[in-house]
Design a protein around this ligand. Sequence first.
Ligand SMILES: [Mn+2]
Length: 318
Amino acid sequence: MKFYDIFNGDADGICALHQLRLTEPRAAELVTGVKRDIVLVERVDVQSGDVLTVLDVSLRSNATGVQRALERGARLQYFDHHAAGDIPRHAQFEAHIDTAPDVCTSLLVDRHLAGKHRLWAVVAAFGDNLVESAMLAAQPLQLDHTELARLHELGEAINYNAYGETVDDLHYHPADLYRAIASYQDPRHFIVDEPVFEVLKQAGKEDLARAEDLAPEFSNDAAALYVLPDAAWSRRVNGVFGNRLAQAAPGRAHAVLVTRPAGGYVVSVRAPRNKPQGAEALCSAFATGGGRQGAAGINHLPTDELPRFIAAFRNAYK
Ligand SMILES: [Mn+2]
């Protein structure tokens, strides 16, 4: 019989596991990856009697792995806040799934543990950009303004660490980052006693400065488009950079393209924050595109389709 702790490599996944293991320590094999690695349960060669804890990856994406694990006689505990599809009804399957927009997985674990390690849930909620939920969860802790700001920064730093095409792009493998955190009851001590927070904060700043040095492909009042080079820092900073652009110019739509190693681009589109519409329709017109009205993307835009994308983007936001 083996234990497996399976978790998304972002702040929410790491802090969810941390809260559970502070409460119930367990030597488990860690299964994780970059933020976009969301099909994780299938990676485990499950045997009868194994115990799997799964955190912050959607049940829909892991349905095959979960089904197989149950068939083989494993027991699963599952916490997540993403759209789930059908939830298995099985004596060996314990689900804590809530897709409300104001919760994250770490807040679901916090609920399960009756707030026992609330500080880490606050860090995670900040990391998932659920600022209001984080503040609300923090209320009974009576933190001062500076402490809250530090927890906010820590959540963002851990979250930033998870962005990349593969773990090679990251500053810390998420399993190592979890291990660094694992001995800390209190994130305020982790911030001071470990170099991790400063390393990530500094690295994030440097990545962002590189992106901000780039001239846009084009930019006007309605829309701007940036192409980042094929580099690890581009893949790490992509999300943060897009957020910055949107905050700085809320009336403008933004497209950020990251050049892929084998050619073509990964595309992220953010509609104007003032009028969050049209991103999904724009991206869905391309083979690997999809998303929400306010924010959407294309997984792979072939190089020869770049002119068509630029024309469609300009036309959607003018
Ligand atoms: Mn999450």
